[in-house]
Ligand binder design. Structure first.
Ligand code: GLU
Length: 439
């Protein structure tokens, strides 16, 4: 499935001249980081002013206060968000993040990234994101369940299988999606499986969904290594973050022959010159409340040291803004494949490009998750189940085709793969917008 890219002629570039470049600040606001790439890609595409303004503005932003009874009987009020960036390509799609640092600017950026991500892999969805500012690690299962049900209740007019389809993100997983599906279904008086993806397999989740994001990271990393002539059996790798995305990426890359020299989580980073045994690290993590604290299979290093190790492949798979203008000059990896959303600040982009480091950007590299979410939604609507083999084969093909398309555009326009991915995405959404029209 090749994405056809035809561009607006370059002469239209002039129409963009009046737009101020996005400001660059020290600690980057994720929305501004997203906008600065959007701006560059839109300029190269020669996007008209009015379409630029449509695509940069989130379609809908909902903020809710969620009073939840805690286990000690007190009532705590949480702030929850859902931002729908775009529904131009289809119903909006995107995860729900439970994290203390959740704020409206982060959710707005993540929602826009979902729009571009779905467009890059050519699936018929717009983009959205939700979040609740909370610390799930310090909450009981009962408290998290009540919070998830309160959030779903508050968003019951926003969500819908043809409207807006949530999924897991940082701090949430299949268990939370099950509560969401149940609460939404109770409201409607019938079971509505397709309202959410990333559900447990027994209740309509798709085989392959849990590992899908990490698998897409592996597929795009191997595709990029082939272009760079890096032999995976001789390659070394560092993975920052050992949650769902990082731990699956590490396992699957190890399976394909790479030596994983370093991994990390909130407890710190771990390094072993001979390669970390990922299965061993996973066993340790699962036996120690999800943390690598005290892991003996490697020596402890700092997170900054992990990012600047002399490895072939660096996979940032934790949060936004970890590769910045401050550490970018010290990065030694030949290739960065972004498992996280927004791990590289826009100010670091230029430094990395100048150093000749290739980057498979987030909106391409981590799109395997939403791709298999799409398959889950399709299966729910068909009332049918696919085998893991079918899911993996189809998602691998989508990821590989998307990679090839972005790579081609980056060569054709002599731009980074990040800007090329934005160009592919913006071009697709802009063309669809023009066909659909508006008021
Ligand atoms: N939260 C994931 C992401 O950032 C998955 C979204 C989805 O499956 O809808 O891509």
């Amino acid at each position: 499935m090749a994405i056809s890219v035809t561009f607006v002629p370059f002469k239209n570039r002039l129409t963009m001249a009046y737009i101020e470049p996005a400001p660059i600040v020290d600690k980057e606001n994720p929305f501004e980081a997203m906008m600065s790439r959007f701006h560059t890609a839109a300029q190269i595409l020669g996007l008209e002013e009015q379409v630029y303004n449509v695509l940069k503005s989130p379609a809908k932003q909902v903020t809710v206060s969620l009073p939840v009874t805690m286990d000690d009987g007190t009532i705590k009020v949480f702030e929850g968000y859902r931002v729908i960036h775009s529904t131009i390509l289809g119903p909006s799609k995107g995860g729900i993040r439970f994290d203390p640092e959740v704020n409206i600017d982060e959710v707005k950026a993540l929602a826009a990234w979902m729009t571009w991500k779905c467009a890059v892999v050519d699936i018929p969805y717009g983009g959205a994101k939700g979040g609740v500012a909370c610390q799930p690690r310090e909450m009981s299962a009962g408290e998290i369940e009540r919070l998830m049900r309160a959030y779903t209740q508050a968003m019951s007019d926003v969500f819908g299988p043809d409207q807006d389809i949530p999924a897991p993100d940082m701090g949430t997983g299949p268990r939370e999606m099950a509560w969401l599906m149940d609460q939404y279904s109770r409201n409607k008086g019938m079971t509505v499986s397709a309202v959410v993806t990333g559900k447990p397999i027994v209740m309509g989740g798709s085989l392959g969904r849990t590992e899908a994001t990490g698998r897409g990271v592996m597929v795009t990393a191997l595709a990029a290594m082939e272009k760079l002539k890096i032999n995976p059996f001789k390659a070394t790798c560092a993975v920052q973050g050992f949650g769902n995305v990082g731990s699956w990426a590490a396992q699957l890359l190890e399976d394909r022959g790479l030596k994983i020299l370093s991994i990390s989580d909130v407890s710190g980073a771990y390094f072993n010159d001979h390669g970390i045994d990922i299965q061993d690290a996973l066993k340790y993590r699962d036996a120690h409340k999800g943390s690598l604290e005290g892991y003996k299979g490697a020596e402890k290093i700092t997170n900054e040291e992990l990012l600047t190790l002399p490895v072939d492949l660096l996979v940032p798979a934790a949060k936004e803004d970890v590769i910045t203008h401050l550490n970018a000059p010290k990065i030694q990896a030949k290739l960065i494949v972004e498992g996280a959303n927004g791990p590289t600040s826009s100010k670091a982009d230029g430094i990395i490009y100048e150093k000749g480091i290739s980057v498979v950007p987030d909106i391409l590299a981590n799109a395997g998750g939403v791709t298999v979410s799409y398959f889950e939604w399709v299966q729910n609507r068909l009332g049918y189940k696919w085998t893991a083999e079918r899911v993996n084969r189809r998602s691998d093909r989508i990821m590989k085709d998307a990679f090839d398309n972005v790579y081609r555009v980056s060569n054709e326009y002599k731009v980074s793969m990040r800007i090329a991915a934005y160009m592919v995405a913006i071009d697709k959404v802009a063309k669809t917008y023009k066909f659909r029209g508006g008021f």
